[in-house]
Write a protein that binds this ligand. Structure first.
Ligand code: 0WD
Length: 254
C-alpha cells in the first residue's frame, strides 16, 4: 500500500541520519517503496547499513561517482537483483571547503573540475545507466540550491556547479522524456548536514533564512522528503525538467 507501492528506487547520497537523501528515503519507504542505498567509502558503510536496515532497504554498495566502475557495479547489481528501476535520487555534491569561503574569483582549476565532476557530471552518469533499467518509465530527482540562481555568500564554485546541474536537469528531461522518464530537481533551503558544515558562515545563512523566508523557519529533511515523494511518485506524472523550491518560500523574497 502507498503512493510508491510496487516501485523500486535507488537512493544515492545518504551519509548519515541528517542527510537530505535520508529524509527522502524515509518518505519513500513510508509509502511502500522498495529501496536500495549506496554509500561513499568504507567510513560511511557502518552509518548507512543500520539506516538501510531500518527501512528494510538493500545496501547497493560503495559508490564513488568519480569512479565509473563503481557506478557500473551498482547498476549491474540492481539489474541482477531487480531487473528494473522506477526511481532514482541523486543527492551528491562536493567541493573543497577551503573554497566555500571568501571569494569565488579565487577558485582553482583543480577544485573547479572536481566540483563539477562530482556535483554535476555524476547526475548524467547515473541517468545514462538508470535509463537502461527504467523500462517502464521512471523519475529521477536531484538536489540543488538557490545559489544557482543568485549569488550567495561563500557558496562560490558550488553555485556555478548547481547552475550547471539545473541546466543538466532540463537537457536530461528532453533526452529521457520519450522513454517516459522524468527528471526534476528540488531546490532545498539550507539544512544543517555534513556537506553544509563545509560552507562558511552556514549558521548565519540558516538564521537569515529563518528570519526572512515567508514561513519564518528553515526546512527539515522530512519536508524535503514530502516534496521528493510527490516528484518520485505518479502524482507528478505531468512534471519534468522542473526545479521545485522547498525553501519555506525564501526564493520569492531573497
Ligand atoms: O543546506 C543543505 N544541506 C542543502 C543541500 C541545500 C540545498 C541543496 N543541498 C544538496 C547538496 O548540495 C547535495 O547535492 O543536497 C544534496 C545532499 O546534501 P546534504 O544532504 O546536505 O549532505 P550530506 O548528508 O553530507 O550528503 C552529501 C553526500 C556526501 O556526504 P559527505 O558529507 O561525505 O560529502 O554526497 C555524497 C556523500 O555521501 N558524495 C559522494 N557520493 C559519491 N561519490 C561523493 C562521491 N565522490 N562525494 C560526496
Amino acid at each position: 500500500n502507498g503512493l510508491l507501492a510496487g516501485k523500486r528506487g535507488l537512493i544515492m547520497g545518504v551519509a548519515n541520519n541528517r542527510s537530505i537523501a535520508w529524509g527522502i528515503a524515509k518518505a519513500c519507504a513510508d509509502q511502500g517503496a522498495e529501496l536500495a542505498l549506496t554509500y561513499q567509502g568504507e567510513a560511511f558503510r557502518k552509518r548507512v547499513e543500520p539506516l538501510a536496515a531500518d527501512l528494510g532497504a538493500v545496501v547497493a554498495g560503495d559508490c564513488d561517482v568519480t569512479d565509473m566502475s563503481s557506478v557500473d557495479a551498482v547498476f549491474d547489481g540492481l539489474r541482477e537483483k531487480w531487473g528494473k528501476l522506477d526511481f532514482l535520487v541523486h543527492a551528491i555534491a562536493f567541493s573543497d571547503k577551503d573554497e566555500l569561503d571568501g571569494r569565488y574569483v579565487e577558485t582553482t582549476r583543480e577544485n573547479f573540475q572536481r566540483t563539477m565532476d562530482i556535483s554535476v557530471y555524476s547526475l548524467t552518469a547515473v541517468a545514462q545507466r538508470a535509463e537502461k533499467l527504467m523500462t517502464e518509465g521512471g523519475s529521477i530527482l536531484t538536489l540543488t540550491y538557490y545559489g544557482a540562481e543568485k549569488v550567495m555568500p561563500h557558496y562560490n564554485v558550488m553555485g556555478v556547479a548547481k547552475a550547471a546541474l539545473e541546466a543538466s536537469v532540463r537537457y536530461l528531461a528532453v533526452d529521457l522524456g520519450g522513454s517516459g522518464i522524468r527528471v526534476n530537481a528540488i531546490s532545498a533551503g539550507p539544512i544543517k548536514t555534513l556537506a553544509a558544515s563545509g560552507i562558511g558562515d552556514f549558521r548565519y545563512i540558516l538564521k537569515w533564512n529563518e528570519y526572512n523566508a515567508p514561513l519564518k523557519k528553515t526546512v527539515s529533511i522530512e519536508e524535503v522528503g514530502g516534496s521528493g515523494l510527490y516528484l518520485l511518485s505518479d502524482l507528478s506524472k505531468g512534471v519534468t525538467g522542473e526545479v521545485h523550491h522547498v525553501d519555506s518560500g525564501y526564493h520569492v523574497v531573497g
